[in-house]
Design a protein around this ligand. Structure first.
Ligand code: AHG
Ligand code: MN
Ligand code: MN
Length: 337
């Protein structure tokens, strides 16, 4: 791996390698990098400034908005709106799509994002992240909500920034998955994980076991099977999807937030969480499923819709799907007509 390969340099080289590829993300990503650095700085000094705790308001999902959620949301919008790369944005924290003000140049992409994933972990200094997905916008007229309701398979790029023991930027544009670590000394994201592949079978499962009273039999049977398998496996669940996903991506494993009797459509958001991570999982050789089929094939009907998610090592996800398909009395998901 070349020493000191920055994200910008790497993107330029990728473009040269795939001249006919779906887009030029150099400019868009350099704006995203600025937002990532600003959020990273704020997360790192969160205990020292008045940015911990709740704002007192609730978002469209009925969840309490944390001050850092709001900060991250504004940081992304303010950094991206004038770059000239976007036609519109959609955020997990905003009810409606965010249009680009008429005095800024408009671009050809749509940005969908979860500004801060893992909000409940902010106050206790545990890993959080920003997740993003990029779609192409149809060329004519102003972007509308309908332009965002595209299946994940149409994503042009996706990625996340993880604010952990170090800050990492992981992305795909459909040519593999690459990870960059922020060197705080030079203020640059440097290539640290080229061409990430997820082991096809992992030794980790990640699920909120406190929900087991709501599980359908397929989920219970699958988790029981993992626990009693000859090959030792271990449970790891942080409660920040992006961090749970990242660990399983590197080490191999399966993350599940399935449909259950309490949350029929699961909990996670299709457009801001499931689709971008599913694109990355598939590009790394893994799989992502709703239980009934491929996440990336789901055609969204609402901006903020939820989806069940089983994601990670390919053979693990396939096995979980097998159990899921066997389970009795599960509700039809209607996601895969
Ligand atoms: P967010 O902080 O963006 O609202 O997302 C929280 C999500 C996800 O990060 C995590 O995997 C999941 O909620 C945890 O949910 P439970 O607390 O129900 O396990
Ligand atoms: Mn989230
Ligand atoms: Mn969030």
């Amino acid at each position: 791996m070349p020493i000191g390969m920055t994200l910008t340099k790497f993107l330029l080289e990728e473009q040269r390698k795939y001249p006919g590829s779906s887009g030029n993300f150099t400019g868009l990503f350099s704006d995203l990098v600025v937002a990532a650095k600003v959020i990273s700085r704020e997360v790192n000094r969160a205990g020292l400034i008045d940015i911990l705790g709740a704002t007192g308001s609730k978002n469209i999902h009925g969840e309490e908005v944390q001050k850092l959620d709001e900060f991250a949301n504004n940081a992304v919008i303010k950094t991206m709106e004038h770059g000239g790369h976007l036609a519109a944005m959609a955020s997990e924290e905003m009810d409606d799509i965010i249009t680009i003000h008429s005095h800024y140049p408009k671009g050809r992409y749509l940005l969908l994002f979860d500004p801060l994933d893992g909000s409940s972990n902010i106050d206790v200094n545990v890993c959080v992240g920003t997740i993003f997905s990029i779609l192409k916008c149809p060329p004519d007229g102003d972007a509308t909500e309908a332009d965002f309701l595209k299946p994940g398979v149409e994503q042009a790029a996706a990625g996340y920034i993880l604010y952990g023991s170090s800050t990492m930027f992981v992305y795909t544009t459909g040519h593999g998955v690459h990870g960059f670590t922020l060197d705080p000394g030079v203020g640059e994201f440097i290539l640290s994980h080229e061409d990430i592949t997820v082991p096809e079978r992992g030794g980790i499962y990640s699920i909120n076991e406190a929900n087991n009273k709501h599980w359908y039999p397929g989920t219970s049977l699958y988790i029981e099977k993992l626990k009693s398998a000859d090959k030792p496996c271990t449970a790891r669940y942080i409660g920040s999807l992006v961090a749970d996903f990242h660990r399983n991506l590197l080490k191999g494993g399966v993350f599940l937030y399935p449909s259950d009797r309490k949350s029929k459509n699961g909990k996670l958001r299709l457009l801001y969480e499931a689709n971008p991570l599913s694109f990355i999982a598939e590009q790394a050789g893994g799989r992502a499923s709703t239980g009934d089929g491929r996440v990336l094939d789901v055609v969204p009907t609402e901006l903020h819709q939820r989806t069940p998610l089983i994601i990670g090592s390919r053979l693990d996800v396939e096995e979980a799907e097998g159990f899921w398909k066997r389970q009795e009395a599960k509700p039809p998901l209607d996601l895969h007509p």
